[in-house]
Design a protein around this ligand. Sequence first.
Ligand SMILES: Cc1cc2nc3c(=O)[nH]c(=O)nc-3n(C[C@H](O)[C@H](O)[C@H](O)COP(=O)(O)O)c2cc1C
Length: 171
Amino acid sequence: MAKKVVVISSSPRKGGNSDTLCDEFVKGAKEAGNDAVKYFLEEIEFDSCKACMRCKTPERECYQEDQISIILDDMMEADVIVYATPIYYYEMTGTLKMFFDRCYPIFNYLEDKDYYIITAVGSSNGDALTGIRSFIGFSKNPTEKAVFTVVGDAKSQPDVLKEVYDAGFNC
Ligand SMILES: Cc1cc2nc3c(=O)[nH]c(=O)nc-3n(C[C@H](O)[C@H](O)[C@H](O)COP(=O)(O)O)c2cc1C
C-alpha cells in the first residue's frame, strides 16, 4: 500500500547537501508509488512558537496563520517522516529547532511513524542527533529507521545518493 511521506528540509541552501539527499529520498519514495512531499523550510515564512498555550486548549489550534498548520496536518497523516539538517556547531539548524517548537500542537499526538534523519556535515555530527532524537522521542511509538550523514559535497557521492534513494524507495 502506498505510504504518505513527509520530508522536512531545514538547510538555507536549496540543492545543498542535505536538501539533495531529501530530493533523493522523495524521488525513491515516489518511484515506488508512494505519496511524498518535501517542505523546504527556508522558503516558508514562519515565526517562533509564542508559548501562548492555545494549542493545549480543546481546539488544539495554533493562533498563527501560516503554512505550518498545513505541514503539521500532513505530518499527522504521514506514515514516514524525514528530518534533514546541516549540522551547525554540533546541533541541528536553528530553523529546524524553531520548526520543532511550532510542532507543539501535535508533537505528542504523532503516532506509529517511521523516522529517518538526514544530516550534512563538514566533518562530524558531534552530539547533534541527541536533540533530534529527543524530539522524535516525544511522539508515540516512534521507529527510527535510519540516519544518513553526508560529509562534504553530496552530489559527488553517488553511493550516498543511492543509499538514500533506496531508503526512500523501500520506506
Ligand atoms: C554556522 C555553521 C556552523 C557549522 N558547524 C559545523 C559543525 O559543527 N560540524 C561540521 O561538521 N560542520 C559544520 N558546518 C558545515 C556544514 O554542516 C556543512 O557545510 C554542510 O555540508 C552544509 O549542509 P547543507 O549543504 O545541507 O546546508 C557548519 C556550517 C555553518 C554555516
